[in-house]
Write a protein that binds this ligand. Structure first.
Ligand code: GLU
Length: 469
């Protein structure tokens, strides 16, 4: 059997990380099995669905590298097809019109509650003669669900879940205004799209029983279900915004690399032995639904951050520079050109080990783009004075005369200079750093000199000497 999975978000808000994880698992399962991964936008809630949310879903999926096969399918556009299936069920005697008014339904519910019975549709119109229909009223269409026996969801994660049919009332397929319900739309679309595996959050588990009844009523094979436990906050309770219940794109904005997010989401509910670092290609090779855990995962920002650190160290410097530039432009308030990005890329080997996120990396890199003459912060201004300026002035020809200009060569020269003056290295390095960066915090000073290059470094020394002597 060829595997067809689908991700079916409702575009009513951002793509939260639970949704992103569902998308990842569907994508991985399809890629692992050589199957197909489809995208379906469940936009039938016209009031709450927005174009911005649809764009955010596309954006987040692209950022995470989860490419879908073919064009996305929009559910609302298929309303006629959904209605057609409801009519077919009526024709087959498996669905029926229900003329209950909202008031009657409310009374039904209240009566059930008063008698301590579960609140369910009581089947008023199930076997009633449609000739009894009140004139001019438009009915809802309900499924004639089996009233005896049980429906079993053979779930690849949850195991067999059995639900007594008596617990499920005759659900509405088409509302009295003719619009399809979620249950109908999902089943018809999953069938028409040839979906073989439905992988989604376990908040949909009870829906699966109703959906199976509908598949059976249509004599369609049910897909295989895999309901994944939800993601909880670090405290085990429902996740709050502060704990991470924000859109997936918020993690991009916080400076996480997509591969760190992929790896994190993968491990958040799926495991392969003790492996923690699992790049996407490896995940494609390993992923199987049998590795999905049964208990809710807890969101852990520290783990995500640790993975980000790992992937930042591994990342190609050019790519990292381009990704950092996006954040840096925000900090320094101007666009960065190719030359700037080249500077940033040169600084990456020494900088990327020192930041947990791209945002932090960008903040650490701002010194590279401060315009000359530099503004010196309070600490740098304290370090730079006539004495240290004189020292820098003496150091300058030693640097200018160097054959090469690399961190190693520079370090050797500055060390030799400090020894000759019988000074600790710090006594020279501190003013050097202040003069070059305008501050007191930077990557190792020899890396900084290396990144700036000879001309720029010497010019900055000139500036500082002129200003502080
Ligand atoms: N649209 C549903 C949701 O966003 C998912 C439906 C499904 O996966 O079957 O929760």
């Amino acid at each position: 059997m060829t595997v067809v999975t689908r991700f079916a978000p409702s575009p009513t808000g951002f793509l939260h990380i639970g949704g992103a994880r569902t998308a990842l698992y569907n994508w991985l399962y399809a890629r692992h099995t050589g199957g197909t991964f489809l995208l379906r936008i469940e936009d039938t809630d016209r009031k709450r669905s927005t174009d911005a949310a649809i764009e955010a879903i596309f954006d987040s999926l692209r950022w995470l590298g989860l490419d879908w096969d073919g064009e996305p399918l929009f559910q609302f556009a298929r309303a006629e097809r959904h209605a057609e299936v409801a009519q077919a069920l009526i024709a087959a005697g498996k669905a029926y019109p229900c003329y209950c008014t909202p008031d009657e339904l409310t009374a039904m519910r209240e009566k059930a509650r008063a008698e301590g019975r579960p609140v369910r549709y009581d089947g008023t119109w199930r076997d009633r003669d449609p000739a009894d229909a009140p004139a001019g009223a438009s009915p809802a269409i309900r499924l004639k669900s089996p009233q005896e026996g049980e429906t079993v969801i053979r779930d690849l994660v949850q195991g067999d879940v059995t639900i007594a049919n008596a617990q499920l009332d005759d659900m509405i397929l088409l509302r009295s205004d003719g619009t399809p319900t979620y249950m109908l739309a999902v089943v018809v679309d999953d069938h028409d799209m040839g979906v073989s595996h439905v992988i989604r959050g376990d908040d949909h588990l009870t829906n699966a029983a109703r959906q199976i009844q509908l598949f059976e009523a249509m004599d369609w094979p049910s897909p295989t279900f895999a309901h994944i436990p939800l993601i909880h906050g670090p405290d085990g309770a429902k996740m709050s915004k502060r704990q991470g219940a924000v859109g997936a794109e918020a993690y991009r904005d916080m400076g996480f690399l997509p591969e760190a997010m992929q790896n994190y989401l993968l491990r958040l509910g799926w495991g392969h032995g003790d492996d923690e670092i699992i790049p996407l290609e490896q995940a494609v090779a390993w992923f199987d639904l049998s590795g999905v855990g049964k208990s809710p995962a807890r969101f852990d920002m520290d783990k995500l951050t640790a993975l980000n650190l790992h992937y930042m160290k591994q990342a190609d410097d050019q790519r990292l520079a381009r990704l950092t530039a996006v954040h840096l432009e925000e900090v320094i308030g101007r666009p960065l050109g190719d030359d700037d990005i080249a500077v940033l890329a040169r600084a990456m080997p020494s900088m990327k080990e020192r930041a947990k996120t791209l945002v932090e990396l960008a903040q650490n890199a701002t010194f590279l783009f401060r315009p000359r003459p530099l503004e010196f912060d309070a600490k740098a201004s304290k370090i730079l004075n006539p004495d240290t300026s004189a020292l820098l002035l003496d150091l300058q020809p030693h640097l200018a005369a160097l054959d090469g200009w690399s961190a190693d060569v520079l370090e050797a020269a500055v060390r030799a200079f400090a020894e000759e003056r019988e000074l600790g290295l710090g006594k020279v390095a501190q003013p050097l750093r202040a003069a070059l960066t305008g501050g007191t915090v930077s990557p190792p000073i020899f890396d900084v000199l290396d990144v700036f290059g000879r001309d720029e470094s010497l010019a900055r020394l000139d500036d500082a000497v002129a200003r502080f002597s």
